[in-house]
Every structure is written in structure tokens, then in C-alpha cells.
Design a protein around this ligand. Sequence first.
Ligand SMILES: Nc1nc2c(ncn2[C@@H]2O[C@H](COP(=O)(O)OP(=O)(O)OP(=O)(O)O)[C@@H](O)[C@H]2O)c(=O)[nH]1
Ligand SMILES: [Mg+2]
Length: 325
Amino acid sequence: MDTAAELVDALVEGNRRALARAITHVEADSAIGREVLRLIYPRTGRAQTIGITGSAGAGKSTLVGALARAERERGRTIGIVAVDPSSPFSHGAILGDRIRMQDLTSDPGVFLRSMASRGNLGGLSETATGVVDLMDAFGHDIVLIETVGAGQDEVEVATTAQTTVLVANPGAGDEVQSMKAGLMEIAQIMVVNKADLAGADTAVAQLRALLAIANVGAWSPPILKTIAKTNEGISELVDAIDEHQAHTRSDEHAAAERERHVRGQIIALARAALHREALEAAETTGALDTLVEEVASRQRDPRSAALELLDSLQATWAASRSSTP
Ligand SMILES: Nc1nc2c(ncn2[C@@H]2O[C@H](COP(=O)(O)OP(=O)(O)OP(=O)(O)O)[C@@H](O)[C@H]2O)c(=O)[nH]1
Ligand SMILES: [Mg+2]
């Protein structure tokens, strides 16, 4: 399994070692990893891809674990991608996730992979989207992606899934209030988790009010209450996900949904690539250093320096892209 083609052959046969290896290549952004992604893309699109996003501690991992168990009960296989927040608590979070998902990791129908968002210079979307494609091509029925909806990057990762589930909590009134209508528009399903705590119905009502002014399309997002810790509402959540998936695949909406999904992916990947390539080029050409001096000495304003940087990097980008097939 040393060439991309060999890895792909083994992976689509359901070889877990090949999947693990391919993921490692994609994370390293190696030439083999890129080739694998190119080769497997035509074999993707079968899995339900589901993004789970929301603020830190909302219960996303608990929900992912509960969802995974419920999906297993329905006889479906699952790939899980957990994007670890780059917070000081990240090690604790990963450890917590391991414990919450321990029983799942011994199940051959489940493949779990955590990845760090820290140190991923604009590469998080690229890596996570690639790993989702690998899990899809491997033959998983469901691919779950957990990200903290903190930064643009994380939100984008979640929204490159076909179905995005936004997780909120009761009592977090301010949080719900501050959820801009824009954030509502990325979600196809809203969940108020920790519904065992006071204020769940208020949170639902607040979300409903926000939804009323949000610009949603043909699909009207349901708002569900869950207690992930005790599996309450999970079966309803699986049903809602299935309904949205049926909607995205229905004759009437499939073309528009596919376009929405792919458009989100292309924009996320372009933004990530732009970010990464710009920073790399700025480092290697020294263009940034010159501008830093000019701005620091007030010979130039930062905004025009940023535009100048983009201009000067265009040629470098074109050259670097044409040299990597
Ligand atoms: N009361 C209550 N607590 C819950 C529920 N679901 C999860 N929790 C608790 O909330 C805490 C955070 O849960 P996680 O699943 O780690 O949350 P998370 O959103 O994945 O957290 P990060 O990945 O660190 O952002 C844990 O102590 C869970 O036991 C619930 O339905 N009710
Ligand atoms: Mg988590």
C-alpha cells in the first residue's frame, strides 16, 4: 500500500489500515495524500455527511457519541471526525472525547479520528474535508464531523457537510441572542441540548424567533430538544437528519442542494488555500518583511500593504500551483 492507487484500492475494499494511512497522508498534505483525494472523489457522495457544531462545552461530543450509538442500532456504519478546539483545554477535551466514545472505538462499524485545529495554517478545512471524503469512499454510511463553532474555519468545516446540526444550550440566552441570523442560516437542524436544565423551552422559543427572520430556503430547520447524556431526543434527531438527507436527495431539491453543498466546499477550500499559500509565499519571498518595515515606520498604511502583498504574491501562487499537479 505504498502508492496512492494501492491505498485507494485497499481503502475502497474496506481496509481500515489503508483508511488510517490515507488519513495520515491527507493530514500531512503529502503528494500521495493529494493524489488519493483526487482518485477517490468519484467514489464519494454515498455517505450522509453530518456536521455537529456549537459553542465549547455544548455537549457536542456527548451528542456525537449518542448519535453514533443510535445509528449503529439502525445498522449503519459510522466515521467520526472530531476537530479539537485549539484551546488550552484541548488535551482535556480529547481525553474527554475518548472516554465518552470508548465503547465505540472497539466497534468495527465505527472509525474515530481526532484532529487538531491548532497549527493548521488555513489547512483545517482542507484536511477535514479530505478526511470526510476518505471515510465516505471507505463505505461508511454516516460521517459525523464535530467542530467548535468558534472561528470561521471551524464553522466552515461543519458547513461542508450535507446536514449541519447547530447545538445550543438552555440558559445560554445571551448566547442564543448573539447567534446572528447568519449562523442560523448555516444550520439545517437546531438542537437545544441539556434540555434537563432550566430554560430549554425559552431557548427553543428564542431560536424559533431568530429562525423567523433568518433567510432559510426550501428546508425549514426543525428545533429539537435533547439530553445527550441520557440519550433523550436522540432517536428524533436521527429521524430529523434522515428527513433532511431525504430532502437533499429528493428529485425536487437534489440539484439545488448539491450545488449549495459543493459551493460551500469550494469556497471553504479556496479560502483555506488562499490563506495558506499567501502566508507561505510571504515567508519565502520576504515580501511581508519589507511591508512590515514600511508600515511600522508609518510610510505606508496596513490596508494598502495587505493589498500590495496580494498583488506581489499572485505570480508566486501561479508558479507554485503549476508545479504541483
Ligand atoms: N446536564 C447535561 N449535561 C450534558 C448533556 N450533554 C452533555 N453534557 C455535559 O456537558 C459537558 C460537556 O460535554 P461535551 O460533550 O464534552 O461537550 P463538547 O461540546 O463536545 O465540548 P468541547 O468539544 O470541549 O467544546 C460534559 O460534562 C457532559 O457530561 C446533557 O444533555 N445534559
Ligand atoms: Mg467535544
